[in-house]
Design a protein around this ligand. Structure first.
Ligand SMILES: CC(C)(COP(=O)(O)OP(=O)(O)OC[C@H]1O[C@@H](n2cnc3c(N)ncnc32)[C@H](O)[C@@H]1OP(=O)(O)O)[C@@H](O)C(=O)NCCC(=O)NCCS
Length: 160
């Protein structure tokens, strides 16, 4: 399925919140954080950029990314989420590819992604690995006992 990609606007705020919650993967505090980051982006904070994937007028997925504070040419991919019903149909790929292209065109070097080692995140980690992201660090017990922080990296300079 091919979506049109454009920035997420205020009109999509409630839909974004529902989409994140309905993935079933995120705690309520994380859902609130996603919406707060969107609010900051809509208020003009360039540290958080939201790219939406739309099926007609409906938000089907989004990515949130931004420059890593104090680094040069390094960006964090903070969130990527696709509507549960539409997962596995290429929307995540469309989003990550567009984010990488935008960052590469702007001179970005590195994209860093943080995720969890929990079993619920197995598909998420498989997704990043399928998209060329490499595990570069792991902090055992970071989120909770037995729940490690896994850090992925994509070096955009190697794909130019
Ligand atoms: C992770 C996520 C963003 C991927 O988006 P998607 O639209 O489902 O992914 P795509 O259909 O583009 O799949 C891309 C690749 O990932 C792999 N992949 C995706 N879902 C997978 C799954 N459940 N199991 C195994 N591999 C999977 C596929 O092999 C595919 O590889 P290919 O391009 O070589 O065929 C989406 O599934 C999602 O929103 N998950 C819940 C939220 C989440 O985990 N967000 C990331 C943490 S912030």
């Amino acid at each position: 399925m091919s979506c049109s990609l454009r920035p997420v606007e205020r009109a999509h705020r409630a839909r974004l919140e529902t989409l994140v919650r309905d993935t079933g993967l995120f705690r309520e505090a994380e859902v609130r954080t996603a919406v707060e980051l969107l609010d900051e982006a809509l208020d003009g904070d360039d540290d958080y950029r939201f790219l939406g994937a739309f099926d007609g007028d409906e938000l089907a997925g989004f990515a949130c990314y931004g420059p890593t504070p104090v680094a040069n040419g390094t960006f964090d991919l903070y969130w990527i989420a696709v509507d549960r019903k539409r997962q596995g149909s290429g929307i995540g790929t469309q989003l990550v590819t567009a984010v990488e292209a935008a960052l590469a065109a702007a001179g970005g070097r590195l994209i860093v992604v943080e995720t969890s080692s929990r079993a619920e995140y197995d598909p998420t980690r498989k997704f990043y690995e399928a998209k060329g992201y490499t595990t570069i660090a792991l902090i055992p017990g970071y989120y909770a006992p037995g729940d490690d922080l896994v850090i992925y990296l994509k070096d955009l300079t190697r794909w130019r």
